[in-house]
Design a protein around this ligand. Structure first.
Ligand code: AP5
Length: 214
């Protein structure tokens, strides 16, 4: 099973990707997490990507495609789950090309749907562990000890740079302009699964699993 996760910032792609990758034994590839790790490590790629990610813009297609290609070529699990890739038609075409070369194909593109005002509220209340990238929510998924990661109690949870309200509004605009066209791209290939992303995390997971078995 090779899955692609689509949907606007804050819709719950990362949260669901972590659950489903574990459940199905898939390699989870979160391009946002990969880029943030490069930024923290201060690699040339990270230094180049920093200005894009902090402004809420997309990192250039060729950089991202190369990064995913290297990872998928090494993947030897039962399949992959791509969270946040592809994000443009050029990336989707790049993915198709690289999978053809590996004798694989996308099994389904899951698009989570949540009202925009709710995703803005979720992002304002998101906190992240700087070590393991585990995501919390002050309203819905609070850590056991306020401000501390459950798995790394020494680590203080952080608010992502791009989660400030102005950058969130910009990221939503970038999503509408550059990523939303992928919904039709995958619908035309009969791969699209639109899933209601509202409600408790377990309910959303159940809806995704049900959509995949249809
Ligand atoms: P990325 O890190 O991928 O960010 P994103 O797509 O904007 O998505 P988010 O991580 O903000 O949200 P999510 O949908 O994963 O939601 P989450 O599960 O955290 O990308 C960041 C940047 O990297 C981009 O802007 C770009 O610069 C660059 N980039 C990455 N990929 C790229 C690519 N392919 N091409 C070019 N550039 C790229 O949940 C959000 C909050 O809601 C959390 O607090 C969570 O606890 C909570 N929550 C989750 N589910 C529920 C629920 N059911 N009910 C209530 N709360 C919930």
């Amino acid at each position: 099973m090779n899955l692609v996760f689509l949907g606007p910032p804050g819709v719950g792609k990362g949260t669901q990707a972590r659950v489903l990758a574990g459940q199905f034994g898939l390699t989870a590839v979160a391009t946002g997490d990969l880029i943030r790790a490069e930024v923290v490590a201060g690699t040339p790629l990270g230094c180049e990507a920093k200005k894009y990610i902090e402004a809420g813009n997309l990192v250039p297609d060729d950089v991202i495609i190369k990064m995913v290609e290297d990872l998928l070529a090494r993947d030897n699990r039962q399949g992959f789950l791509l969270d946040g890739f592809p994000r443009t038609i050029a990336q989707a075409e790049g993915l198709e090309r690289m999978l053809r070369g590996l004798g694989r194909q996308v099994s389904a593109a899951v698009c989570l749907v949540v009202a925009e005002e709710k995703v803005v509220q979720r992002l304002g209340n998101r906190r992240m562990c700087p070590i393991c990238h585990r995501v919390y929510n002050l309203l819905h998924q609070a850590p056991l000890v306020s401000g501390r990661c459950d798995d790394h109690p020494d680590a203080e949870l952080i608010l992502r740079h791009d989660d400030d309200p102005a950058t969130v509004r910009h990221r939503l605009q970038v999503y509408r302009n550059q990523t939303a066209p992928l919904i039709d791209y995958y619908r035309q290939r009969s791969l699209l699964k639109e899933v209601d992303g509202d409600g408790p995390v377990e309910d959303v997971t159940g809806r995704i699993v049900a959509s995949l078995s249809r």
